[in-house]
Design a protein around this ligand. Structure first.
Ligand code: NAG
Length: 325
């Protein structure tokens, strides 16, 4: 079953765990298509220090302490320390208020950005970064090594709302809102980028019925997730009036496992960094020649996901989580 080491896609998951981050990380560990080189941490669902603790804890919980964790930035690229933290979605501990013991393992002695640059140099063109939080660490990696965008294989970003309302406010999606300046640096850096935004992730719902199926099986992955998921379901019922949860992070991760489950369009994305629309992602489909030079003119294009085979994504996730190694 498992693909030979050499053919597995090398991924680094930049993450702020987070209940759906935990799902995505577990799917990655259970996917023979992927080799997880490491987890890097960021702020978002929780502050970075807690994200690091949670990343280490999740790897311990499923016996994968062989995978390194590198801690990321505690502040935005502009050094802002007043961050938007979504603890009301994931619990104050980020993992459903379960009071888990502190992990025994430690992060590596290297920043997230340095780890990304190192791995991109070790395996030029072969590393995929799956970015599940604000894009600060990636922007720092680009600052650290201007050739990083050329050396990295692909960057798959969970972020943005493309001509559709955001989830922080009508303009902005949470990860882009978390560090809009970093996002604009990443979107225009020239790397091979696939952005998976709310257009797509709001199509992928784990229903109450799916949750029951997970509860009835006894793989260690499903058991763990069922323990922490309650608060995430409650939030969705309250905020969106739906019986189920959006699978933002797992959908983005699955874009690395099986890219054919999504379709995408290509164009230039710029991010608004100030004002009431701070965090807005504005997509230029490049189908019009404007009369003057714009902030989009001549900028590198990125891929933006447009449609997703939602049932197939949910099924793939369930299948991976409902069995043990
Ligand atoms: C996102 O969805 C909106 C509303 O359906 C649509 O107008 C827009 O074109 C979509 N964006 C992309 C990039 O497909």
């Amino acid at each position: 079953m498992a693909a030979a080491e050499g053919t597995r896609k090398k991924v680094i998951i930049d993450t702020d765990p987070g209940i759906d981050d935990a799902m995505a990380i577990f799917v990655a560990l259970r996917s023979p298509e992927l080799e997880v080189l490491g987890l890097t941490t960021t702020f978002g669902n929780v502050h970075t220090a807690l994200a690091t603790r949670n990343a280490l804890h999740l790897l311990e919980a499923v016996g994968r302490t062989d995978i390194p964790v590198a801690e990321g930035s505690h502040v935005t690229i502009k050094k802002a320390s007043k961050l938007r933290i979504a603890s009301f979605v994931h619990g104050s501990d980020g993992l459903g208020n379960q009071d888990f013991p502190a992990p025994a393992t430690k992060p590596v002695d290297q920043t997230a950005a340095a780890f990304m640059v190192e791995q991109a140099n070790l395996y030029p063109g072969q590393v995929t970064i799956v970015a599940l939080g604000p894009l600060t660490n990636l922007a720092l990696a680009i600052e650290l090594d201007p050739l990083f965008p050329k050396k990295i294989g692909q960057i798959i970003i969970l972020g943005g709302a493309y001509s559709v309302n955001g989830n922080v406010n009508p303009a902005a999606e949470a990860n882009i809102f978390g560090d809009p300046d970093a996002a604009d640096i990443v979107f225009t850096c020239g790397a091979d980028i696939l952005a998976v935004g709310l257009n797509v992730t709001h199509q992928v719902v784990l229903t109450d019925a799916d949750r029951e199926k997970l509860e009835q099986c006894d793989s260690k992955y499903a058991r763990y997730l069922c323990k922490i998921m309650g608060i995430y379901f409650d939030y969705h019922k309250d905020a969106y009036f739906i019986k189920g949860v959006y699978l933002h992070d797992p959908t983005t991760l699955i874009a690395a496992v099986n890219p054919s489950l999504l379709t995408y369009t290509e164009g230039v994305v710029r991010v608004q960094t100030v004002g009431i629309t701070k965090g807005l992602t504005v997509f230029d489909n490049t189908k019009k020649r404007y009369g003057e030079i714009t902030a989009w003119t001549g900028m590198p294009t990125v891929k933006v996901a447009v449609t997703v085979d939602a049932p197939a994504v949910v099924e793939l996730m369930m299948q991976r989580l409902m069995t043990d190694d």
